[in-house]
Design a protein around this ligand. Structure first.
Ligand code: SF4
Length: 233
């Protein structure tokens, strides 16, 4: 990642990506995963074009007009300067939501403990069996994701949500049920968002085609302690 221009793009306004808030989205270039279904290959493989100062100047101009900032990517926690940048954004008075694959547990812990993020949307990519196939990465990142999930489940109730994207070539009902069991074992009490893959015109990282047969959600075991919100089924 280019440290002088770590940001790929800035979306100036959204009402959809940060609950109950008007926000902008900062898209960080680069990612440590290679998810086959990723719709953002340009962001994952491309270079950043904007500096921290570019986004801070924008945020200064929007003070009082926007409530929040969504930090997305790519994977923003790969950027070593993230905590320092979020400190500056916080001094401008913004709420901050982080979208993350959870593979930098120490950074996530630091961001929560310094109150630099208000909410975390955490991608639970796959069961251990399917993790390599979905993300193009292995056990080391699986273990780091688990460390993040353990931390937020114990310490950050109500301040995070878990979500999974399903392409039936990559994940089946057994995988989803294994993830639900894992969340139950960690006493997760939020909503689990399960999002069905939707094929778009642009290429995905893994050249995915559309799903031939979508997942049959009647095969998913209803969790005891939390709700599932199915999207796009
Ligand atoms: S979908 Fe995967 S590859 Fe794409 S940005 Fe998210 S974690 Fe990275």
């Amino acid at each position: 990642m280019n440290s002088s221009t770590p940001i790929y793009a800035l979306t100036p306004f959204t009402m959809l990506d940060f609950k109950d808030k008007t926000a902008c989205i900062i898209w960080f270039a680069g990612c440590n995963m290679r998810c086959a279904y990723c719709h953002n290959p340009d962001i994952v493989l491309g270079k950043g074009a904007k500096t921290e100062d570019d986004v801070l100047e924008f945020l200064e101009r929007r003070q009082g007009l926007l409530d929040g900032v969504v930090i997305s990517g790519g994977e923003a926690t790969c950027y070593k300067g993230l905590p320092a940048l979020l400190r500056k954004i916080k001094t401008l008075g913004y709420a901050i939501k982080l979208d993350s694959n959870g593979t930098y547990p120490d950074i996530i812990k630091q961001l929560f403990e310094e109150k630099l993020i208000d909410f975390l949307a955490l991608d639970y990519k796959a069961s251990p069996c399917a993790f390599q196939k979905v993300t193009g990465t292995g056990k080391r990142l699986w273990n780091k994701f688990q460390k993040t999930l353990d931390y937020v489940c114990v310490n950050q109730h109500g301040k995070f949500e878990v979500r999974t994207t399903i392409h039936s070539d990559l994940l089946n009902a057994t995988d989803i049920n294994a993830m639900i069991s894992d969340l139950e074992s960690k006493n997760y009490t939020g909503t689990y968002f399960i999002q069905n893959y939707r094929h778009k015109e642009n290429e995905t990282l893994g050249q995915m085609t559309d799903q031939i047969k979508e997942l049959d959600i009647s095969l998913i075991q209803p969790p005891r302690n939390f709700q599932i919100d199915y999207r796009n089924f």
